[in-house]
Design a protein around this ligand. Structure first.
Ligand SMILES: [Zn+2]
Length: 449
């Protein structure tokens, strides 16, 4: 076993960036633009695993299981208490532990689908939810946030900026606050929930709203990066490194096996990108079976699913044809505002991974994604409308026969429903009983006692 090596930010041979288009390489800690100067593509983060345990899958998983066994003990070691840094050797192996900025984003609950959800899905499958809303800022973004801020701080960055549909801004503001960094967030005015607007304000971020959609915010954000802003969006590939923890947590939970399918809602595409990157890594290290990816979008914001549907499955060069068919779309209204994106910034990576892992795309109708949230609520799980997209997608894929009876399926629940109370309770207001006075007798009568 190799000893832990000291990080050398001047060396390109521990951790570096590689363009997904032309292979151009650059230094993760010096990079500020996050677009390849040669071809304009996004970067992947690369690590030299030969300096860790090479390709020895068992050596890594044993280390991660050892850490899991220590979680009951009080510890300030981020590799024990963080659900991201437990898998440090696969995520950012050469960062010294003392550099890590963590809010103790934990090992999140992975729960079996309840009765109401199972009945609604209607097909006999082994269905689970990974509840990534049970995190410091209430969404899966925290997994990427802890890594992004750790890298930014190590690189000497003092301020970060992001465009957001609500969850990224909450994450960026909280982690920047924790690291003592400045943060500015750019939001579409009136298109994030009250809870999501409260979060960056509470964490002391500068909140800027634009009179447009998220896509307008992202366009401005990309211009700001050219002017020197350090991005907390997923075009910054450090985010993707942390989001891989979803797959690692699922794999560890199932004894280092992966389910037949993993279903995710797709907005910018960062979660599909990270699922794919994590599974490629495990495959390279010897894991026999990986999951197929089901990418799901709402009807109102479905640019990737629409173009996927237009592409002939039997045609050669499916990926190239899909890319040719892709068109950004003007988004419609949806309760799933966090995935209301018509021009996904991480689409090239997401498309690459979805095709590589024999995935599929589904469009969720508005009534179905809202119904999915409602049935989860009746099982005790308050999930966000984006989770509803992924659940409606599973239901649709099962009806089409893509997901077979008995298949194991994990749905990524991307955020807590408490951020989306208005849409979740719109149809439930009629269930509120207003008692006419403050007498026990009146309440007892209502309760039929
Ligand atoms: Zn390039």
């Amino acid at each position: 076993m190799a000893k832990e090596k000291k990080m050398d930010t001047s060396s390109s041979k521990q951790t570096w960036l590689k363009c997904i288009g032309c292979g151009y390489e650059t230094d993760l800690f010096k990079e500020r633009k996050f677009r390849c100067p040669r071809c304009g593509n996004l970067y992947d983060v690369m690590h030299n695993f030969e300096l860790v345990y090479g390709e020895n899958l068992n050596a890594y998983t044993k280390k991660f299981d050892d850490r899991a066994a220590q979680i009951a003990f009080h510890s300030d070691d981020p590799t024990i208490h963080s659900g991201v840094w437990r898998f440090k050797e696969w995520i950012m192996p050469f960062i010294p532990n003392e550099n890590i900025i963590t809010l103790k984003e934990g090992i999140v609950p992975i729960v079996r689908a309840g009765k109401h959800l199972r009945n609604w899905i209607g097909t006999d499958m082994n269905l689970w939810l990974i509840l990534e809303g049970i995190t410091p800022t209430g969404s899966f973004k925290d997994f990427g946030g802890t890594v992004l801020i750790t890298v930014a701080k190590t690189a000497g960055v003092s301020a970060i900026t992001c465009a957001s549909t609500g969850d990224t801004s909450a994450m960026a503001a909280a982690y920047a606050a924790s690291a003592g960094m400045k943060c500015a967030v750019i939001l579409p005015r009136g298109k994030v929930t009250a809870a999501q607007l409260a979060q960056p304000l509470a964490h002391g971020a500068k909140v800027i709203t634009l009179p447009g959609s998220f896509d307008d915010c992202m366009r401005v954000m990309q211009e700001l990066v050219r002017l020197g802003a350090y991005p907390a969006n997923s075009l910054n590939p450090s985010r993707i490194e942390g989001h891989q923890a979803t797959v690692f947590q699922v794999a560890q939970f199932f004894g280092w096996h992966l389910p037949d399918w993993i279903s995710v809602p797709v907005g910018n595409g960062s979660n599909v990108s990270s699922l794919g990157k994590a599974m490629r890594l495990m495959k390279r290290f010897g894991l026999k079976k990986t999951s197929r990816i089901l990418g799901c979008q709402s009807r109102a914001a479905s640019p990737l699913a629409k173009s996927w549907n237009m592409t002939s499955p039997s045609g050669k060069n499916f990926l190239e044809n899909w890319k040719k068919n892709f068109r950004p779309m003007k988004v419609g209204e949806t309760t799933a505002t966090a995935a209301r994106i018509g021009d996904p910034v991480s689409r090239d990576k997401a498309m690459r991974e979805l095709v590589y892992f024999d995935g599929a795309m589904q469009i969720a109708e508005e009534r179905d994604l809202n119904k999915a949230v409602a049935v989860c609520g009746l099982d005790g799980h308050f999930v966000c409308p984006q989770t509803g997209i992924a659940l409606a997608g599973v239901r649709g894929a099962a009806k089409k026969g893509w997901i077979k009876n008995g298949a194991s399926v994990v749905v990524v629940s991307t955020a807590h429903g408490i951020k989306f109370t208005e849409s979740a309770t719109r149809d439930l207001q009629k269930n509120i009983i207003d008692a006419k006075d403050c007498e026990t007798e009146t309440v007892a009568k209502i309760l039929k006692l």
